[in-house]
Design a protein around this ligand. Structure first.
Ligand SMILES: Nc1ncnc2c1ncn2[C@@H]1O[C@H](COP(=O)(O)OP(=O)(O)OP(=O)(O)O)[C@@H](O)[C@H]1O
Length: 252
């Protein structure tokens, strides 16, 4: 069995006539963190969204190539997209809790998927909040509104909400960019914990963050994946001159 949780092969992506991704090939290793870096507009978020077919929601988009997930192409016509998004969860740049209680935010996914048993829901909520390193801070106010939490807590709540449906892969689109340094450090520590159980792909503008949290890094430039390698290699001894120029701050 390969150690790739997902494997992207010759992926092209179009917004109408505009080609935003060119022949991307990238293996996403199980229980590793893969960071995607590159200047604004290079296609990082677009790429991230191809991994759970979130781009399908945007009219006029088109994909060529394949993304194997446990060896099955997620773009095959017989794939159940709702089931796919359950297995490949997502956390966004701005924490986006629902205007509901902390408990109901985390129970949302399991309820949508048909779980009604109160005991089981409570168990999942506790486990997910623990998984997101938030439980001790909120255990006495699970019925309070999620909107009363700090930004960093809200982001960990969104991570707990993603964990509650037991995904296998977690996609994070700049999960700490709206947070202060203390809250950012908590999210980074959490990512290191989560990779024991999940395969993680993170888009980040911060090269320091990529260097701190990831095992492998892909550098994107204008829709191309210029270089993909172990994070140490990318930051210490990149092969491509354009990678070197970017990480040394010569452009972007
Ligand atoms: N919904 C859309 N419709 C048309 N073009 C889009 C859409 N979303 C993104 N694009 C274009 O696709 C290209 C890649 O955008 P994308 O958001 O993936 O880049 P990014 O690397 O994530 O940028 P940033 O770091 O600024 O978030 C850009 O040229 C962008 O203008």
């Amino acid at each position: 069995m390969s150690d790739n949780k997902m494997e992207v092969k010759n992926l092209d992506f179009y917004y109408d006539d505009f080609q935003a991704l060119n022949k991307i090939n990238i293996p996403l290793k199980s229980n590793k963190v893969t960071a995607l870096i590159g200047p604004s507009g290079c296609g990082k978020s677009t790429f991230l969204r191809t991994l759970n077919r979130m781009n399908d929601l945007i009219e006029g988009t088109r994909v060529e190539g394949e993304i194997l997930f446990d060896e099955k192409n997620i773009y095959d016509p017989d794939v159940d997209v709702v089931a796919l998004r359950k297995r490949v969860g997502m956390v966004f740049q701005q924490p986006n809790p629902f205007p509901k209680s902390i408990f109901d935010n985390v129970a949302y996914g399991p309820r949508i998927h048909g779980l009604k048993d109160k005991g089981k829901l409570a168990e999942i909520v506790e486990k997910s909040l623990q998984g997101a390193a938030l439980f001790s801070e909120v255990k006495d106010r699970l019925d309070d509104s999620a909107l009363g939490l700090s930004g960093g807590q809200q982001q960990r709540l969104c991570i707990a909400r993603a964990l509650a449906v037991r995904p296998e892969v977690l996609l994070m689109d700049e999960p700490a960019s709206a947070l202060d340094p203390v809250a950012t450090a908590k999210i980074e520590d959490l990512i290191a914990e989560l990779k024991k159980d999940y395969t993680i792909v993170i888009v980040t503008h911060s090269m320091q963050q990529a260097a701190r949290v990831s095992d492998n890094t892909g550098f994107f430039l204008m829709g191309d994946l210029v270089e993909f390698d172990k994070t140490d290699k990318i930051f210490e001894n990149p092969t491509d001159q354009r990678t070197e120029d970017y990480i040394t701050g010569r452009f972007g």
